[in-house]
Structure formats: structure tokens, C-alpha cells
Design a protein around this ligand. Structure first.
Ligand SMILES: [Zn+2]
Length: 208
């Protein structure tokens, strides 16, 4: 890729933005008040803002391999705490995607070095839902289902945090699980029942 093209693209982008709103960058410079926190996969096909039709200033984004929410990952936990407590986002979204390389890697027996501890968290999702997954004979369908269950478990991990519990109680913050289908471009809401999970896990994970 010719990186000069990126800078040429940037110039065009500025021109286009200013043509529709002459104050666009002046407003951006004043600060941000995004209402969404989007936690997605680093996969180059998951173009967070673009697939939602949103632009600069509208969504706070965190991406990592396989959209994981791991309680001892200082990076994701800092993003969640800042977005929920400081930016006061109204909705938190975990967005997985079909054909996720991270999820696929976790379904295979291979030593992937530094990725092992990261992917182990997905293997744990497989273990929790082993009976449902093993009952799916079609490998592709089993893989798709693991992508969905991984999103569900990462939503549960969010619900385990004090920041999310407190914001839910105080101002109705909600957690959503979505999947992006890279083959069709469709965004699918898994309709995860936030309140059900909240009440189910609170007995053990209640912090606030
Ligand atoms: Zn992925």
C-alpha cells in the first residue's frame, strides 16, 4: 500500500467534511460526548463506525483480538471505566463477527505462543457451553455459534464490573451483544437479555 495515498485521502476527507459542515472540526476540537461504547474485534473487516453509519465523535471504540472483556486486562478495563464513569455512555456493545480468526484459533489445538493465554479465555467459553456446541455437527455452524456465545460471555463479563453495575442502577446503562456478518455486511442483535443475566449473576458478582 502506498502510504502517500493515505495522506491524499485525508486531504480529500477534510474537504468533504468541510463542504457539508464548515464548523465540523471546530466542534470536534471542543470535546466528545459519545453515547456508545463499542468493543469489537481488531479484524480489519470490522470497520466499527462505518458499519454503523456513525462518524467522528459518536462512538468510543475499543478493539482487540476476538472482542474480549477480560477482568485483568488493564487496557479494556480502563476503556470501560472511562467510557462508563467519565463519558457516561448510555449503551455498551460487544460486537463479535462471523469468520473470526481468534475464535477459530481457539477451536484448534495449536501452540500460538503469546496468544495462548488470550485465546484460553475463548476456550473457557467453549468449555462452559460444551454440550450445546458439541451437539452441532456442522463445523461451520458450530464455529458461528461459538462466535455468538463468546459475545454473550463477554457481555456477562461486563455485567460483572462495578462500573457497569453502578451505571445500570443509577442511570439505566445497558449492555448489548451484536454480531457482524462479514459475508453479508449485516449487523445482528443477539438480543441478550441484560436484566436476566444481571439478576442471574448478581448473587455471586454483586459489587455495587
Ligand atoms: Zn475477529
Amino acid at each position: 500500500m502506498d502510504l502517500n495515498k493515505v495522506f491524499a485521502n485525508n486531504k480529500n476527507w477534510i474537504k468533504e467534511r468541510l463542504a457539508t459542515d464548515p464548523n465540523f472540526f471546530e466542534s470536534l476540537g471542543k470535546g466528545q460526548k459519545p453515547e456508545l461504547l463499542f468493543i469489537g474485534c481488531s479484524d480489519s473487516r470490522v470497520a466499527a463506525e462505518e458499519l454503523m453509519g456513525l462518524g467522528p465523535g459518536e462512538v468510543f471504540v475499543h478493539r482487540n483480538i476476538a472482542n474480549m472483556v477480560i477482568s485483568i486486562d488493564l487496557n479494556v478495563m480502563s476503556v470501560v471505566n472511562y467510557a462508563v464513569n467519565q463519558l457516561q455512555v448510555k449503551d455498551v456493545i460487544v460486537c463479535g463477527h462471523y469468520a473470526c480468526g481468534g475464535v477459530k484459533a481457539a477451536m484448534q489445538s495449536a501452540d500460538l505462543g503469546i496468544l495462548n493465554p488470550w485465546l484460553r479465555n475463548i476456550r473457557d467459553v467453549y468449555r462452559i457451553h460444551r454440550s450445546e456446541l458439541n451437539a452441532i455437527s456442522d463445523e461451520e455452524k458450530r464455529y458461528d455459534r461459538l462466535v455468538e456465545l463468546n459475545v454473550q460471555e463477554q457481555c456477562v463479563n461486563l455485567i460483572k464490573t462495578a462500573a457497569v453495575q453502578k451505571a445500570n442502577r443509577d442511570r439505566g446503562l445497558k449492555v448489548h451483544g451484536w454480531v457482524f456478518d462479514v459475508k453479508t455486511g449485516k449487523l445482528i442483535d443477539l438480543k441478550i437479555d441484560f436484566d436476566k443475566y444481571l439478576s442471574k449473576i448478581m448473587e455471586i458478582y454483586h459489587l455495587e
